[in-house]
Design a binder for this molecule. Structure first.
Ligand code: TRP
Length: 362
């Protein structure tokens, strides 16, 4: 079976270190392993519009921000097709047909959609929720199936969308009695703490609306300020340090490697040694923050520098997206053709249709 990788992000803001460890890292790894037939990364502007219909500027302005972040972390247009969702009409058509395969209660049961609705200030009875928003998992199934994608590198909050997609795939193939669509599987981060990186304020999720993000494009001073602002538990320096719920240590666990220790904290070989010593007491959070700052600076600096390079090549980036979108349209149109054939709504290419209709009236 062909290996087709697909993923997407809504262009509603710049990407942050939560996106990086939650998915971008795996995407780069899959790219560099090189073991795939197609690799498509889509900027999901149409999905972003499902809850930003009045805020076109925000979505429009973030298309290139997201593209720049992709290139900043090392995704490579020579190896990956980059495209823009709204410019691929087949996706909307597929969504239309898939909507008939999903019941209303099923749409409203999606836990990710539910929690997104709860986070917004829609009316308590959900009367303010746009239909398009409630149904975006169905359009996401179109994004995935249009390319017959089977490998989906995403954060674990996207698992309900993939479950919904697999249900649509099975339902379509059963209803129209033909194996047109392909089931997909998520590729999640290797390390479970990366599934959902805590915010700098200790909130369970790093999110722009909570203002607790470290962005991949943050400058040196901003990173330093954000690291220093991370809350820590007040204690006397000689008292034992607490690891559980300690954001500094969560980040160190995710980002600090042995090289960092050699360079910036040679008293310890690795995170295990530091953790043990911290638990004993005697290490202040100021020292930990200093170390974490060095680690984050080293992590983000290459991204920021690469991004600055691409910021001077905007016309080229737009051309990459344009070319990628053309390729994506070819793939999606082919699937749409097969879908319509399986459904029997390909009237003008279907010689049986003409015969049937002639016979009917004779
Ligand atoms: N829902 C995803 C997010 O919020 C974005 C997305 C749109 C997506 N279409 C997709 C992810 C297809 C994976 C596959 O980040």
């Amino acid at each position: 079976m062909k290996k087709i990788i697909l993923t997407a992000d809504r262009p509603t803001g710049k990407l942050h270190i939560g996106h990086y460890v939650g998915s971008l890292m795996q995407r780069v790894k899959l790219q560099n392993e090189g073991n795939y037939d197609e690799y498509i990364i889509m900027i999901a502007d149409a999905q972003a519009l499902t809850d930003n219909s009045g805020n076109i500027v925000k979505v429009r302005d973030n298309v290139l921000e997201v593209m720049l972040d992709y290139l900043a972390v090392g995704l490579d247009p020579k190896k990956v097709t980059f495209c823009i969702q709204s410019q691929i009409p087949a996706l909307s058509e597929l969504t239309m047909y898939y909507m008939n395969l999903v019941t209303l209660p099923r749409v409203l049961r999606n836990p990710t959609v539910k929690s997104e609705i709860a986070q917004k200030d829609y009316d308590k009875d959900e009367a303010g929720v746009p239909v398009g928003f409630a149904c975006y998992p169905i359009s996401q199934a179109a994004d995935i199936t249009a390319f017959k994608a089977n490998i989906i590198p995403v954060g674990d909050d996207q698992e309900p969308m993939l479950e919904q997609t697999r249900e649509i795939v099975r339902s379509f193939n059963r209803t129209y009695n033909k194996d047109v669509l392909v089931e997909c599987k998520a590729v999640l981060p290797e390390n479970e703490i990366c599934y959902r990186l805590v915010g700098t304020d200790g909130n369970a999720k790093m999110s722009k609306s909570l203002n607790n993000c470290i962005y991949l494009s943050d400058d040196e001073n901003t990173i330093k300020k954000k690291v220093n602002s991370i809350m820590s538990f007040p204690r006397n320096i000689e008292d034992p340090g607490i690891i559980e719920g300690n954001v500094l240590f969560t980040y160190l666990n995710v980002f600090a490697n042995d090289e960092h220790f050699k360079k910036y904290y040679p008293e310890f070989k690795n995170i295990t040694e530091l953790t043990n010593a911290y638990k004993q007491g005697g290490i202040g959070d100021g020292r930990i923050k200093q170390f974490l700052n060095e680690v984050m600076q080293d992590t983000i600096r290459p991204f920021r520098e690469r991004r600055h390079g691409f910021e001077r090549q905007i016309p080229m980036l737009i051309e990459i997206l344009n070319e990628g979108t053309k390729h994506a349209n070819e793939l999606a149109n082919q699937t749409l053709k097969e879908v319509k054939e399986a459904m029997g709504i390909n009237y003008f290419d279907d010689t049986n249709f003409i015969k049937e209709q002639i016979n009917k009236y004779n």
